[in-house]
Design a protein. Structure first.
Length: 52
């Protein structure tokens, strides 16, 4: 029973931390251009890698 005294506040704190992280990403525009990022993966780079 003593374990619940620790686990419940820890789980609430971790949930709140996850919620704050999600809200932070929404405020900073992380999800604004999903189509552009998906198309950018498929494009080839114009530059060649340097030879060693």
């Amino acid at each position: 029973m003593n374990v619940l005294v620790v686990l419940i506040p820890v789980s609430i704190a971790l949930g709140a931390l996850g919620l704050l992280a999600c809200l932070w990403t929404l405020r900073h525009g992380q999800y604004e251009d999903l189509e552009g990022d998906a198309a950018r993966v498929l494009l080839d780079d114009e530059t060649e890698p340097p030879e060693t």
